[in-house]
Design a protein around this ligand. Sequence first.
Ligand code: PMP
Length: 412
Amino acid sequence: MESTPSRPQARLDPYVDRYAARTAGMTASEIRALFAVASRPEVVSLAGGMPNISGLPLDVVGHAISDLVAQQGPVAMQYGSGQGVPELREQITEVMRLEGIEAHPDDVVVTVGSQQAVDLVTRVFCDPGDVVICEAPSYVGALGVFKAYQCEVVHAEMDADGLNPEALRQAIAATKAAGKRIKFLYTIPNFHNPAGVTLTAARRPEILDICHREDILILEDNPYGLLGFEGEPMRALRADAAEGVIYLGSFSKTFAPGFRVGWALAPHTVREKLVLAQESATLCPPQFSQMAVSAYLSHHDWQGQIKQFREMYRERRDAMVDALTDQMPASCRWNVPDGGFYVWLTLPPGVDAKNMLPRAVTARVAYVPGTAFYADGFGSSAMRLSFCYPTPERIREGVRRLAGVVEAELEL
Ligand code: PMP
C-alpha cells in the first residue's frame, strides 16, 4: 500500500509577491481560528453561530429527497437557471410575505446562502475605496466580504433600539464631507448578529427616510427575522421601500444551512446585474439543493417547524440570560434579545475580551471577542455569546465557567 505523502511543514509563502492586492483584505476571521479549540468536547462553545437542527424531521427530509431523485432526478442533477429554480422563487415570495413584503418571483435571485448574496451585491456595486456603512458592531462574514472587495467600512452606532438614526446621519455626513462615495448601508434589523438587538418599528421609517433623502441604497440582511420569541415577525424595511432596498434572506436558520440556499430580492435592474454576477461566479446556484428545499417547503409544515425552532431557542436564551444574571459580576452588562442566537456582553472597564480568551479556553469555555465584529479594532471590551447550539445545561455550565474567568481577571 502506498503511504500518503506527508504535508510540507508550514513555511514562508513562495507565492506572496504574486497575489492580487485584494487578498490583503482576506484574513482568517477570529471565529475560524476559534473553531478548532471551541469544537473540543470538553469546551463549552458559546462562540459559534451554528443553528441547532437536531429537531428537523430527517425522515420527512429523506423522503422528500428520495422522491426528488425518483421523480425529477435528471432535472435536479442538471445545470439550471442562473437566477434560480422558478418554483422555489415563488415559494420565497410566500416566505417574505410573512414580513409584509409583496414581491414578484422574477425579482428574486437564489444564492449560495445569503453569504453569497452579500458577495454578489458588493461585487456589483463596489469599487476599491467605496464606503459601506455598517452597524457597530456588524456581522463578521459581511465585513470579510467588504474587506475582500477593498471597501472602506464606516461604522454607525446602535443602541437598545437598533441602529441609531442620529449616528447614521453623522456617519453619512462625515463620509460625504471627506469626499468619499457611500455605496450602501448594510444593516441587520432583526435579532442582530452579533449585537442581539432589533430595530424598533418606530425607527424603521426614520432609517428609510434618511437613506432616501441621502440617496443611499439599503442592504437589508435578514436571516433571523422569523426567529422572534414573542409576537409576529417585524415588518421588513423592504416592505415599505421596493426601490431603495435590496433584501437578503436565507433558509440556513429556518431550515438547514447545509443546503446553502439563500436569496436576494432586488429592484428589477439590479436583479439583472446580480444574475450576471451569479452566472460568472457559479453558472447557477445548485439545482439539487434548491429543489430539495422547495420539496421540503411543499410537503412539510415549515411554519410549524420554525415555531419549534423558536421555542427551542427561547428556552436557550432564557437559560443564558438567567445564568448571566445569577453568575456574572455586577459590573458586566448584556442585553436580552427578543429572538435570534446572540447576546452581546460588555465587560467591566479594564478587562479585554481578546486578551482574556486563552484563559477562558483553559477554563473550557469559548466566546467570540468583540473586535471580530468591527473593521476598526474597536470592541475589545465586549464579546458575543451564542445560545443557539449548546443545551441549556451546557449553557449554564459555560456561563458559570466564564463568570469565574471574568472574576479572576478582575482580581489580577
Ligand atoms: N448574514 C448574517 C447576519 C448571518 O448571521 C449569517 C450566518 N451566520 C449570514 C448572513 C450567512 O448565512 P447563510 O450564508 O448561511 O445564509
